[in-house]
Write a protein that binds this ligand. Structure first.
Ligand code: NDP
Length: 256
């Protein structure tokens, strides 16, 4: 055996850039990665959230204010973080926005904004970071998917299109990058208690009970459930895992 417990789950020496790392699931991934020994760099648009997160996380954390939809700025972000913090070995494409309205009321502009955030923005960062990872033959790229990556959900057409497209991205990148030592995986969270899910369910108690009824574990998940999965997928324990979509969902994707 080339590795042993608990070192096989350690992220010592790794540097993770986490988009949307200032809040919710991204912050939980940052907490778990810092606990596992990584340095983390949080990215988001709101400085106050990022600064509060970094002061909670301590010296292993820093932040850069950056909007992932500013596509041309992606290479400069990666250069800056590499210069200030060192080579990035983990990229977490987690930044996301939600849009809840009937499909026919969703304008092309709204649709495009959602795709730009989840897909085109994630691609811009991935394309900027992957060459260095491949050169060093060491990297883990994660995406935060969704149950919408796996099945249809009403009233979130642009979000569903984006999260389903993410699975294609993960598979495509995995075929190109994995031969060069860079693994690419997706976590598909079920319904997790965060600001985003609270807003999506606000004033819609029927949707909330529908979710709980079809979840075998009959509860919402916690952000840390996604955090520990992210540590696993980026650690040596997952060194033969690439191109996968890992549901962390209380069974909702297999329930009836
Ligand atoms: P949050 O709203 O807390 O997190 C979204 C994060 O993305 C925020 O930190 C936000 O920061 C950041 N963000 C949004 N747009 C941009 C942008 N253009 N550039 C940079 N950062 C951006 O919700 P969650 O933690 O729940 O969501 C995180 C991810 O998890 C999303 O991809 C979401 O789709 C996914 N997810 C969530 C589930 C849930 O039940 N909560 C279930 C399945 C998936 P800022 O606004 O400061 O830019």
């Amino acid at each position: 055996m080339s590795s042993s417990f608990p070192d096989v789950f350690s992220l010592h020496g790794e540097t993770a850039l986490i988009t949307g790392g200032g809040t919710g699931i991204g912050l939980a991934m940052a907490r778990a990665m810092v606990a596992a020994g990584a340095r983390v760099v949080l990215v988001g648009r709101r400085e106050a959230e990022l600064a509060a997160a970094v002061s909670e996380l301590g010296t292993g954390a820093s932040y850069v204010v950056h909007d992932v939809t500013k596509l041309d700025a992606a290479p400069a972000l990666i250069e800056r973080v590499t210069r200030e913090t060192g080579p990035i070995s983990i990229l977490v494409n987690n930044a996301g926005i939600h849009l809840k309205k009937p499909a026919v009321a969703t304008t092309p502009g709204e649709f495009q904004t959602v795709l730009n955030t989840h897909i085109v923005g994630a691609h811009a960062l991935t394309a900027a970071v992957a060459p260095g990872m491949m050169e060093r033959r060491h990297g883990s790229i994660l995406f935060t998917g969704s149950m919408a990556s796996l099945f249809g959900i009403p009233l979130v057409i642009a979000y569903t299109a984006a999260k389903a497209a993410m699975v294609g991205l993960v598979k495509g990148y995995a075929t190109e990058f994995s031969p060069h030592g860079v693994r690419v995986n997706c976590i598909a969270p079920g319904w997790i208690e965060t600001e985003m899910s609270r807003k999506a369910m606000d004033g819609d108690p029927a949707r909330k009970s529908q979710i709980l009824e079809r979840t075998p574990m009959a509860k919402f998940g916690a952000p840390e459930d996604i955090g520990w999965a992210a540590v696993y997928l980026s650690s040596p324990a997952a060194k033969f895992v690439t191109g996968t979509v890992l549901p962390v969902d209380g069974g909702v994707s297999i329930g009836f």
